[in-house]
Design a protein around this ligand. Structure first.
Ligand SMILES: *[C@@H]1O[C@H](CO)[C@@H](O)[C@H](O)[C@H]1NC(C)=O
Ligand SMILES: *[C@@H]1O[C@H](CO)[C@@H](O)[C@H](O)[C@H]1NC(C)=O
Ligand SMILES: *[C@@H]1O[C@H](CO)[C@@H](O)[C@H](O)[C@H]1NC(C)=O
Ligand SMILES: *[C@@H]1O[C@H](CO)[C@@H](O)[C@H](O)[C@H]1NC(C)=O
Ligand SMILES: *[C@@H]1O[C@H](CO)[C@@H](O)[C@H](O)[C@H]1NC(C)=O
Ligand SMILES: *[C@@H]1O[C@H](CO)[C@@H](O)[C@H](O)[C@H]1NC(C)=O
Ligand SMILES: *[C@@H]1O[C@H](CO)[C@@H](O)[C@H](O)[C@H]1NC(C)=O
Ligand SMILES: *[C@@H]1O[C@H](CO)[C@@H](O)[C@H](O)[C@H]1NC(C)=O
Ligand SMILES: *[C@@H]1O[C@H](CO)[C@@H](O)[C@H](O)[C@H]1NC(C)=O
Length: 440
């Protein structure tokens, strides 16, 4: 009896294989409920209503039409199309019982909109190892219980709020999904969270961007590097609020004069790079002894109203700065530097010459332009001491002599005039001048 039924079974199987599969690449397994094909796909569909699982590997189509499968195998519940070249999936238009769909190891670049809505019974979806760059925001999950997404080139330069909205119980490998290109290798959820916090706390009317995520050498923890761009916003003061981990602050083309908050507000202690080009800063002397001056990396004061800086204090701070020498860059050009004999020699010696390779625009560090003063033309570092000290004192001696000459000349004229007057008076009245009567 058993022999007979198994005979019938084999016969049936043979008929079915012939019906389904003209090639030898397909196999029917598990009592005719499972179809496995490698490289090609059955053309006929007779006797296939019992098939509930389909495994296709190494198929060469670009498009996967689910309707095409459903027309041949209407009762299919699990579809695995893997290790193939599928770039596009065409969602079903006919009702289906599909519970599991695996598309791993394909070339999918994009999922159709509201993908899961087309599979009302879908519980498991695997799209790992494709070429997906992002999912829709508020990705529709329906009845999904398990979604696998790792090993896709997720682009983290784009908005990542879609990742924040995913249910981590369902997207069980969300912690294993990493970014491609920008922030390469970092977890998408980590980047998404940094960005969310940064946008929430971004300085009003400024633009915030996540530049990098780095490993802290001491604590081994990851930290974001945030850039805040407030350039050309008409600001009169330094911002009073910055997102945590703001390392780079752009404030070019504003009207900022006072940098005192750099010393008084501890928020600036975590700042590395500050760009203040084309503002109206007149002094940095109050930054003496500040955390900022001893720890900055980039300090750009190009195009401000500085006439002098505290040279010794700056030298002192730079010597203590742990970012010296490699990472420190100063910009001091295009300021109206006052070229007098008191300021220039120390400025030259303790700042310009000592840190010439740290001052990026040293050739623009020139004296305030004065008509006819040729010192205005060359860089202060190249001014000779005699041109700032001797020449002006020569000038003042000359001026003094000129003045003395003028006084003496007018005295001579006065005395001669007085003499002429006295002589005329004596001739006329015979009276001696008053002064002569007093001389014994
Ligand atoms: C599937 O077919 C390819 C040729 O198209 C062959 O190289 C490969 O070994 C086959 N895989 C299996 C599991 O039979
Ligand atoms: C399909 O399944 C039913 C019930 O399990 C069975 O009676 C029938 O023989 C199967 N048909 C084929 C073609 O395997
Ligand atoms: C697909 O075919 C290629 C050769 O064409 C083979 O190297 C590869 O192993 C096959 N993949 C599977 C899953 O059978
Ligand atoms: C996430 O999905 C699980 C399982 O479906 C569910 O129990 C849970 O409530 C969901 N969480 C959220 C926040 O929706
Ligand atoms: C995530 O990656 C870790 C380490 O690579 C691995 O042990 C773990 O199984 C992965 N989890 C999932 C859900 O893929
Ligand atoms: C925003 O900034 C405040 C104060 O600087 C800080 O306490 C908070 O953690 C930051 N993040 C968010 C998301 O508010
Ligand atoms: C800052 O924003 C301005 C426009 O508001 C832009 O021109 C400038 O390039 C930005 N700077 C940086 C460093 O991104
Ligand atoms: C500052 O102003 C000068 C002169 O107007 C201009 O050439 C330069 O590009 C400006 N720099 C910045 C960073 O805006
Ligand atoms: C200073 O003068 C030297 C020699 O003339 C010249 O090579 C150098 O470029 C000048 N430096 C600046 C900053 O102008």
């Amino acid at each position: 009896m058993g022999f007979k039924s198994s005979n019938i079974c084999i016969l049936f199987l043979l008929i079915q294989i012939q019906a389904i599969s003209p090639s030898n690449n397909c196999r029917i397994l598990k009592g005719s409920s499972e179809l496995k094909c490698n490289g090609s796909y059955p053309k006929k569909s007779a006797g296939s209503s019992n098939i509930t699982e389909i495994y296709l590997t190494n198929v060469t189509w670009e498009y996967l039409e689910i309707d095409d499968i459903l027309n041949k195998f209407p009762n299919v519940e699990r579809i695995f199309v893997e290790y193939s070249d599928i770039t596009t999936i065409i969602v079903p238009t006919i009702s289906n019982k599909i519970k599991e769909l695996s598309l791993r190891y394909n070339q999918l670049k994009k999922l159709p909109q509201d993908f899961v809505k087309n599979f009302p019974n879908l519980e498991i979806l695997n799209i790992q190892n494709n070429l997906l760059t992002n999912l829709e925001d508020n990705f529709y999950m329906g009845k999904l219980q398990k979604l696998t997404i790792k090993n896709n080139p997720w682009i983290c330069a784009l908005d990542l709020s879609w990742a924040l909205h995913l249910n981590q119980t369902i997207v069980h490998d969300l912690k294993n999904a990493t970014c491609k290109e920008r922030f390469a290798g970092k977890n998408i959820l980590l980047i998404a969270n940094y960005k969310q916090e940064m946008y929430r706390n971004c300085t009003k009317s400024c633009a915030c961007s996540l530049e990098n995520v780095v490993q802290d050498l001491h604590t081994d923890q990851q930290h974001p590097i945030i850039m805040v761009n407030c350039s050309g916003r008409g600001l009169k003061d330094l911002p009073t609020q910055l997102p945590l981990y703001t390392r780079i602050l752009h404030l070019e083309r504003n009207e900022i004069t006072d940098l005192r908050p750099l010393k008084s507000n501890p928020m600036f202690e975590s700042l590395w790079d500050l760009y203040l080009d084309n503002n109206t800063v007149t002094s940095i002397s109050y930054l003496e002894g500040s955390h900022w001056l001893q720890n900055f990396r980039v300090f750009s004061l190009r195009g401000n109203q500085l006439q002098k800086v505290p040279s010794f204090a700056l030298d002192n701070a730079l010597m203590k700065n742990p970012n010296m020498p490699g990472a420190v860059v100063l910009y001091l050009g295009n300021n109206p530097w006052r070229c007098d004999c008191i300021f220039v020699p120390t400025f030259q010696e303790y700042v310009l010459q000592k840190y010439s390779n740290r001052i990026a625009d040293i050739s623009d560090v020139k004296c305030k332009y004065v008509e006819g003063d040729e010192n205005s033309w060359s860089a202060i570092i190249n001014l000779s001491r005699s041109s700032v000290c001797m020449v002006p004192s020569d000038f003042s001696l000359q001026e003094g002599l000129d003045l003395l000459n003028a006084v003496l000349a007018s005295l001579i004229i006065f005395i001669l005039g007085k003499l002429a007057y006295d002589y005329y008076h004596f001739k006329k009245s015979g009276r001696l001048p008053w002064i002569v009567t007093k001389i014994p």
